[in-house]
Design a binder for this molecule. Structure first.
Ligand code: F6P
Length: 549
């Protein structure tokens, strides 16, 4: 048993869960007409309704007791003040410095990091401005028309998600491409659409050692140099890098002036606010990128200063803990009702699951409870026709976040109202369900009687009581997007405080990488696969026998 599970706050919550487990939200709503006012909150233009959760007036105070017992407020301050809270890598965690607009210094090892942050942001601004207005040109004087970001994980998902989410703001003069996969079709299909004279490649890798990125970058360089007229000198017009490993980027052949620096206190999955966001600045311009940072900063301020009881990231985090640890819910659905937020789900998969997919606590002991959830989802209303059947009538408890913009960039009123009607209807249906009495009345109204009615009845009953949060924002603009992303970043951090795990390392991805390195040479015809289990050996042998078939 971990200290957390032995704490009185945890025990009280366990008892409370037993007391309220049988309560139905439909009854709670009937008894509490002001439930919406009591359980909703606004931060800037982000509005959170958390009334459709399996909570009573007692639940959140008990969850806040747990948060205080886990020193959520202390951890928050440690992060904002540059303490090395990523202990297994001995690093500070300062994505908040990347969007710090307070004019306050942020110190790491006695040095204020803000001048470096501002310097790199200025370089990102100047470079993106020059590319966008045509001052920066390709080696033979043509304008850049295509931007290709080559990176994976945090060096891909954040900028790709933001460029997609803000697509109404993206310059029509620049086409954005994101190549991440080591599957060669990804790079081949992208290069087939490009001309070396007008393409700009961003090699984005914090470490500049990641196999996928380095392999794709080398393939692109070969493709570029193989084109007629291109020379080594032309590389300076078409290749830039984002990395903490400036030397390796230069060694790869990128001019020092074309390297945008990052720092070890920025985690890959928290890095879109840094030069990793260069594709964003190129796509939407530096002013919009700055608005994105401003939105995140506003959420940072809210998270840092609001009491736990009115703190949006803390409330979302503790509701998540409530279901994960006291109802054994293992997954969390993210359901954005906005076509442009499709990659938001994938982005959150990395941010949440790479951060809190941990089973060892900060003290090295095994945790004795569930930690980070499996994140999954699909934009609405598509998801309704894919997996909502399970959400309504399946056997697992899946807490859900429904997200939607109130206004659209381009008015498509008719469609948007239908979309939002579905959005509101789903959370209501999931909460209320349909009783046997209601189902019987519906079937009777449809003209069914007797045996046919009785045989259909069980299928028409919906248990309801399915918890969801609703997040509405005025518009999917850069500022609100920045705030939304920061909201989830902080939620994830708060949950890690409760579980006492370090959400800023990712040792779990190492083993597979290492084994792939061992297996790669064994895929040659003349080198046998050795030292594996019989399944892996058998699969490699089958592959080798059949690959030329
Ligand atoms: O997936 C592991 C990981 O280290 C991620 O944390 C990171 O975002 C990704 O690989 C890419 O790393 P890099 O930016 O160093 O290429």
């Amino acid at each position: 048993m971990t200290a957390l599970m032995q704490s009185s706050a945890w025990n009280v919550l366990q008892t409370h869960q037993k007391e309220i487990a049988a309560l139905h939200m439909r009854d709670l709503f009937a008894q509490e007409p002001d439930r919406f006012e009591s359980f909703s909150l606004r931060c800037g233009e982000i509005f959170l309704d958390y009334s459709k959760n399996r909570i009573t007036a007692q639940t959140l105070p008990l969850l806040f007791d747990l948060a205080r017992a886990a020193d959520v407020e202390g951890w928050r301050e440690r992060m904002f003040t540059g303490e090395k809270i990523n202990t297994s890598e001995n690093r500070a965690v300062l994505h908040v410095a990347l969007r710090n607009m307070s004019n306050q210094p942020i110190m790491v090892d006695g040095v204020d990091v803000m001048p470096q942050v501002q310097d790199v942001l200025e370089r990102v601004g100047a470079f993106s401005h020059n590319v966008r207005n045509g001052t920066w040109r390709g080696f033979n004087g043509q304008r850049i028309t295509d931007i290709v970001n080559i990176g994976i994980g945090g060096s891909n998902l954040g900028p790709m998600m933001v460029c997609e989410a803000l697509s109404p703001y993206v310059s029509p003069d620049l086409k954005m491409h994101f190549v991440s996969n080591i599957d060669g079709t990804h790079i081949d299909e992208t290069l087939a659409k490009l001309s070396p004279e007008t393409a700009l490649f961003i090699i984005s890798s914090k470490t500049f050692t990641t196999q996928e990125t380095m392999t794709n970058a080398a393939a692109v360089r070969d493709w570029f140099l193989a084109a007629p007229q291109t020379t080594e000198a032309a590389i300076a017009h078409h290749f830039v890098a984002v990395s903490t490993n400036v030397e390796a980027a230069i060694e790869f052949g990128i001019t020092a002036d074309n390297v945008f620096e990052s720092w070890d206190w920025v985690g890959g999955r928290y890095s879109l606010w840094s030069a990793t966001g260069l594709p964003i600045a190129l796509a939407v311009g530096m002013d919009r990128f700055t608005e994105l940072l401003a939105g995140a900063h506003e959420m940072d301020q809210h998270y840092r200063t609001a009491p736990l009881e009115q703190n949006m990231p803390v409330i979302l985090a503790m509701l998540g803990v409530w279901y994960i640890n006291f109802f054994a819910a293992e997954s969390q659905a993210i359901l954005p009702y906005d076509h442009h937020l499709e990659h938001f789900i994938t982005y959150l998969q990395q941010t949440d699951m790479e951060s809190n997919g941990k089973s060892v606590a900060r003290d090295g002991a095994k945790v004795g409870h569930l930690t980070g959830p499996i994140i999954w989802g699909m934009p609405g209303s598509d998801g309704q026709h894919a997996f909502f059947q399970h959400l309504h009538q399946g056997t697992s408890l899946v807490p859900m976040d429904f997200l939607a913009p109130i206004n659209l960039f381009k008015p498509t009123d008719h469609h948007h109202r239908i979309l939002l009607a579905n959005f509101f209807a789903q959370t209501e249906a999931l909460m209320k369900g349909k009783t046997e009495q209601e189902a019987r009345a519906d079937l009777t109204a449809e003209g069914l009687r007797g045996e046919r009615l009785e045989s259909l009845l069980p299928y028409k009953i919906f248990a309801g009581n399915k918890p969801s949060n609703t997040i509405l924002f005025d518009q999917l603009d850069p500022k609100n997007l920045g705030a939304l992303i920061a909201l989830y970043e902080h939620k994830i951090f708060v949950q890690s405080n409760i579980w006492n795990v370090n959400c800023f390392d990712q040792w779990g991805v190492e083993l597979g990488k290492k084994l792939a390195g061992n297996i790669l040479p064994e895929l040659a015809d003349d080198i046998p696969a050795r030292g594996h289990d019989c399944s892996t050996t058998g699969l490699i042998a089958h592959y080798k026998a059949r690959r030329h078939a």
